[in-house]
Design a protein around this ligand. Sequence first.
Ligand code: NAP
Length: 322
Amino acid sequence: MVKFGIMGAGKIAHKFAQAVIGINEYLYAVGSRDLLRANAFQERYELQKAYGSYEELLADPQVDCIYIATPMSEHYNNMLACLEAGKHILCEKSFTVNKKEAEHILTIAKEKGLFVMEAMWTRFLPTIQEVQKLVNEGVIGDIISIEAYITMFLDFPMTSRIYSKSLGGGALLDLSVYPIHLANLFLGVPDSFETEVKFASTGVDTEEKITYFYPHSTATLYASVIHEDKREATIYGTKGYVHIPDFWSTESATVYNNHHKVIRQIDHKHIVNGFEYEIFETVRCIKKKWNESPVLSHATTQEIMRQMDAIRKTWGLVYPQD
Ligand SMILES: NC(=O)c1ccc[n+]([C@@H]2O[C@H](COP(=O)([O-])OP(=O)(O)OC[C@H]3O[C@@H](n4cnc5c(N)ncnc54)[C@H](OP(=O)(O)O)[C@@H]3O)[C@@H](O)[C@H]2O)c1
C-alpha cells in the first residue's frame, strides 16, 4: 500500500486525513512544525508516527507520498525537500506561487522519476467527469459561454495566510484557481483575458472577475474571499446548458435543454468528503510508477500557473517569490 505522510497539520490536513482513512488507504504519519500539534493529530487519526518537524517526516523511509498542506509560499521549498528525500507528492492548490517555481519542481520530479500532482480535487470528482463526458458527446451542443462563481466570506484576521503577501495569499491563488481550472477543462487555453479586481490593505486581491476570451466563446469567472453570494457554475451550449452547484466540490449537476427542461440529472454522493477521488488517482499513478497523472498533467498545472502569473502581472501584484 502507498503510505501517506501529511506535511502541515492545519485546517485542510484534517479533511485529507478523513478521506484517506475513509477509503481504507494508509495514512501513516504527520509532520508539523509543532510537535504538540503533530501529537494531537496523530492521536485523533490513530497514525503510526508524529513528527515535530518536516525534516523528520521526510527522513522516515516508510513514507511513500507526502500530502503538502501548507500555505502557497511554502509549496516550492516543501516539494524540493520531498523530492530530495525521494518522496512522491500530492501538493495542495495553488501548486506554487508562480510558473517558474512549478517548472523547476516538475523538471526535478521527472529527473528523479517521482510522482507529483497538484491537489485540484475538482478535476477528479465523478460529477465533473460525467459532465465532461456529456459535453464531449455534444449533449449541450457547442459551448457558448461558462459562468463560474466561487465566493466564500473568509472571516480571517489580516494576519492570516489569505491576506498575507509573504504567504502567497489572495483570492486568485486561493479561489480563482478553481474556475480557472474549470474554464481550461471545458474550453482550453484562452486567447486573451480581461479582469476587474479589488485589493485588501495588505496588497493581495480579495475579489475579482476574470473574463476569458476564446474564438467562439467566453468564460466569466468570479471569486471573492470578502463576500458570499453565488457558488455555482453554468456551462451554456447551443443546444442546452449544465448547472453545477458548488462546482469545485460538487456531488450533482443538472443538464437542461434550450427550453429549460431537465434532460439529465447527475448525482454522485461523495464516499467521504470528495478528496477521495484525487487520492484514488494518486495511489493509482504511484502503483503504475507514473510520474504524472493523465487526468491532471504537469503541462496543465504549469499552464494554469502561467495564466495566473499573467493575470497578476496586469494587477501589479508581485510576491516575494517572483
Ligand atoms: N482543496 C481544498 O478544498 C482546500 C481548502 C482550503 C485550503 N486548501 C489549500 O491547503 C493549503 C493549506 O491551507 P489551510 O487552509 O489548511 O491553511 P492553514 O489552516 O493555515 O494550515 C496551513 C499549515 O501549514 C503549516 N505551515 C508551514 N509553514 C507555515 C507558515 N510559514 N505559516 C503558516 N503555516 C505554515 C502549518 O502547519 P504546522 O504548523 O502544523 O506545520 C499550518 O497549520 C493551501 O495551499 C490552501 O490553498 C485547499
